[in-house]
Design a protein around this ligand. Structure first.
Ligand code: FE2
Length: 409
């Protein structure tokens, strides 16, 4: 197959795909007899979008059994604890199947999902493990064992984490700011770092998702990553307390973060909604320092976090909305910052997920790509261009008609 006349990194080109991989990339490719040709009409191609932080187990549960009336993170955890009692494998699979298809229609092909393992039956985890296999042809799903109610503060928390490793998770989580004490927070991070080093798994911690400037799980996580040589296998998600750190502390911390080589995920839509809830005025935005981390050469990606669940009553899974909001909230609307901002949900996210050579539009790599109804990312972002086609190993897996508006005056 040849995909003809598309824009790749600012230049017009064609793509040749055979046996599910890119075999040739360049202008004016000549079709062989009988070779399928797809016209690109000068549209933008990108590698698929990557959802680097979501909670698929809780999607589409908002209001069930009760809505989160305060809009806080902590009421969200209480509402979820109620909903968790009603979970069945069939319930989780039905909701996630719906959302995954919706994500796919927005050009997402890779998802890192956190799954709550503070449930002695591990129901949601079992459902997600089944879905990871069932959907692997169309969606790559990475599963993080996420201890929503703590590792040291939840009865049997460490054993549940070990059980999740045995069942086959891809990564280990933690939630230091929710542990009962600072000592438990440190102990939970040490436990996870050692378990990851032993098992070879990745780490993705819900780290300091609170407006408390004294919440400093991040320095422990980064130190363990540095000392154990885990580097890019480790991700710190949320880190909203960093928004409130004093600049002297942040400057010292930045040296450690750079040395450690860890990744960051910011969830600008949901954290703008959840944080600052104990403030009167001024109210903090509660989004981590994306601009400063990026300028220091540290890898940051953006995630959606929640779709219609106890922490976010809205959300579609369209990562364009996350990038759009994220650039505003982090004040990253310089021309060059906009132009390559898809990297927060493409290449940067690929690094976070440790995708390596499984990702990217290059000869020899799997022919996974999306075609947008725009000639540039700048236009695609601004005009919310649809993904007209999402290709997985060269196969069209979703298709959307371009929006055509008529103004009748
Ligand atoms: Fe999260």
């Amino acid at each position: 197959m040849i995909v003809r006349d598309v824009r790749l990194e600012g230049a017009a080109t064609d793509l040749r795909v055979a046996d599910g991989v890119f075999t040739e990339i360049g202008p004016d490719l000549v079709a062989t007899p009988g070779e399928e040709i797809v016209e690109g009409h000068g549209r933008l191609v990108l590698p698929p979008f990557i959802e680097s932080h979501i909670h698929l187990d809780s999607v589409l549960t908002a209001g069930d059994p009760e809505p989160n009336r305060s809009g806080t993170l902590f009421e969200g955890i209480e509402r979820w604890a109620q909903r968790k009692e009603k979970l069945t494998v069939a319930d989780v699979k039905e909701r996630v199947n719906r959302v995954v298809r919706q994500q796919a229609s927005f050009g997402v092909q890779f998802v890192r999902t956190h799954v709550d393992v503070t449930d002695p039956s591990l129901t949601a985890l079992r459902a997600l493990l089944e879905l990871r296999d069932e959907l692997s042809d169309v969606m790559t799903i990475q599963i993080v064992a996420f201890p929503q109610e703590g590792i040291c503060s939840f009865p049997g928390g460490k054993d549940l984490m070990r059980e999740a490793v045995g069942l086959g998770v891809d990564a280990l989580g933690a939630i230091p700011h929710f542990e009962f004490t600072r000592e438990y927070a440190v102990d939970s991070l040490n436990f996870v770092a050692e378990l990851a080093a032993e098992s070879g798994l990745l780490i993705d911690v819900h780290c300091d998702e609170i407006d408390d400037e004294a919440s400093r799980g991040l320095e422990t996580l980064a130190t363990r990553a540095y000392e154990l040589g885990l580097g890019g296998r480790v991700t710190a998600s949320h880190t909203t307390a960093m928004h409130s750190y004093n600049n002297a502390y942040f400057t010292r911390l930045l040296r450690l973060l750079t040395m450690s080589g860890i990744n960051f995920v910011s969830n600008p839509v949901v954290n703008t909604h959840l944080q600052g809830r104990t403030d009167t005025y001024p109210k903090r935005r509660g989004v981590t320092r994306v601009k400063e981390l990026t300028e220091a050469g540290i890898n940051v990606s953006f995630g959606q976090d929640d779709i219609c669940d106890p922490w976010n009553p809205l959300g579609t899974g369209n990562l364009r909305d996350v990038v759009f909001t994220g650039l505003y909230v982090t004040q990253m609307l310089g021309h060059d910052q906009i132009a390559d901002s898809h990297r927060f949900v493409t290449t940067n996210a690929a690094r976070t997920l440790n995708l390596g050579e499984a990702y990217g539009i290059e000869v020899g790599r799997p022919a996974n790509f999306v075609v947008l109804d725009a000639g540039s990312w700048y236009d695609a972002l601004n005009w919310n261009a649809v993904v007209v086609g999402s290709y997985r190993a060269g196969r069209l897996i979703t298709r959307t008609e371009p929006v055509r508006r008529e103004v009748l005056f």
